[in-house]
Design a protein around this ligand. Structure first.
Ligand SMILES: [Zn+2]
Length: 468
């Protein structure tokens, strides 16, 4: 499953159908207003018209910075938000704000900045769903390179950073899109710096950054930066690829495993235990078979729910019951010690619960890792066991893009984890997390051709621990 929040900002036509395809619980029609490259157009959110389960997300003009920029140049215009929009003094120039879901919120173009007079703020109350964010206008980038986003942040609620890759600038952008989260920003009472490096796949012409809040509280930000970042690497480090399979889809076993077997690849399964044995899902026998053939079993909670939304007892039950079930039924004399949060939903409370959980039931921590839905590569300098980064596979990933990812991993000694869901024949890419059997075959062949080592999550963790 992909992040529910990420889904909100994907701009898709046939939203209801696609939503069903993704197994979301509520349809989310998304309204997009795309204004073609015209900086003088006032970009002001329209009133939300949809109600209840219907999310409305209004995205405005596609106005990119004029060039991809020189190395080290800050690509965000009006990065300290000091200049007001001449047509709307309540908003900084080249910035806009928008929201989705059910919540009460205010946006403030504040007069309390980081080492400067102005900053931007959101305040959210009565939160039940959605995302409330500020966003600079699209930034033109060069695909196939790393970029570092940073900002100074302050407040009492964690913030989410979403990056949307835009493959074709100024078209209003339908299809081929890809939105994913970077690590969350955890503010304090005074200004602190948030920084994160991410990879822009080849073919992407511009990126959009959404920086905001998906819970109740106040969040201020200022002093933004996006710079092209040459990644310096240790050439002695071994590149690795991990094939992750989420949500116990039977068609992964039927269609993907025979292809992996041809290459001798092993995967890590993230299992939401209540789905086992359901229609189109694997049974305990299927999982035991895979376990006996060298595939790794890891936990993905009991129910496929956002753990951030649960009370503390339910949160602990989701972790403990899924881990205990796998330990008893599947693992045998080994223990499960890795986890993936459903929908990527996590915060400090979830992170702490995972880190402190007694994974083997023996009173000693064997916590290995947690994977959310935040991208892209892992390498020792950025590695966080509580937030293993991943690339969410979709049917829109082309062979060329996939090959670029592999080559980056190979040339820079990175650990690339690929999160798959269903693998089955499809006729037309729709942006869903299903991968066609033909695509999957081609992807495994590319990994094999490039000679990149395929490891389970446990093997990857061990190699990182040994500094390999
Ligand atoms: Zn899932």
């Amino acid at each position: 499953m992909i992040s529910d929040i990420a889904t909100l900002v994907e701009v898709i036509h046939d939203t209801t159908q696609q939503t069903r395809n993704r197994g979301m619980s509520s349809p989310s029609p998304i309204v997009t207003t795309a204004t073609k490259e015209c900086e003088s157009v006032t970009q002001k959110p329209l009133p939300l018209s949809a109600k209840s389960a219907y999310f409305t997300l209004l995205l405005f003009g596609v106005v990119a910075s004029p060039a991809a920029g020189l190395q080290g140049e800050n690509l965000i215009r009006n990065p300290s938000v000091e200049v007001a929009n001449p047509d709307d003094p309540e908003v900084p120039q080249y910035w806009f704000h928008a929201s989705s879901g059910n919540n009460s919120h205010t946006f403030t173009y504040d007069t309390d900045g980081y080492k400067s007079p102005r900053s931007i703020k959101v305040n959210v109350s009565d939160y039940s769903s959605g995302f409330v964010f500020w966003s600079p206008y699209s930034v033109r980038v060069t695909g196939g390179r790393f970029y570092t986003f940073s900002a100074h942040v302050k407040g009492d609620v964690e913030a989410q950073t979403l990056i949307r890759n835009e493959w074709s600038l100024g078209t209003g952008y339908y299809g081929g899109g890809d939105t994913y989260s970077l690590k969350r920003a955890i503010p304090a009472g005074d200004w602190t710096k948030y920084t994160e490096t991410f990879f822009v796949p080849a073919g992407v012409e511009s990126v959009r950054i959404f920086f905001g809040v998906d819970a109740e509280g106040t969040f201020s930000s200022d002093n933004f930066s996006l710079v092209d970042t040459p990644y310096t690497t240790n050439p002695n480090r071994t590149p690795m690829v991990t094939i992750m399979a989420d949500d116990v889809w039977l068609n992964f076993k039927s269609n993907a495993i025979p292809i992996m077997d041809q290459h001798g690849f092993k995967s890590t399964f993230y299992i939401n235990t209540n789905a086992i044995g359901g229609t189109g899902m694997m049974t305990t026998q299927d999982l035991r078979y895979l376990r006996e053939h060298g595939h790794e079993m890891a936990a993905h909670a009991v129910h496929h729910v956002n753990l951030r939304t649960l009370d503390i007892d339910s949160l602990h039950r989701e972790i403990a019951d899924s881990v205990a079930y796998l330990n008893q039924v599947l693992i045998g004399d080994d223990f499960v010690h890795s986890f993936a949060t459903p929908l990527g939903g996590h915060n400090k409370v979830v992170d702490t619960a995972l880190r402190e959980h007694d994974f083997n039931g023996l009173g000693q921590s064997t916590f290995g890792s947690n994977r959310n839905t935040e991208g892209f590569f892992n390498y020792p300098e950025n590695f966080q066991p509580l937030n293993v980064r991943t690339f969410m596979m979709k049917d829109t990933v082309t062979d060329a893009q996939f090959r670029d990812l592999l080559i980056l991993a190979r040339d820079h000694g990175l650990w690339l984890t690929l999160t798959y869901h269903q693998v089955k024949p499809i006729t037309r890419p729709s942006g869903s997390t299903t991968t066609s059997t033909d695509q999957f075959r081609s992807q495994m062949q590319m990994i094999s051709n490039l000679g990149i080592r395929v490891v389970t999550v446990s093997e990857g963790l061990k190699r990182f621990a040994k500094g390999e």
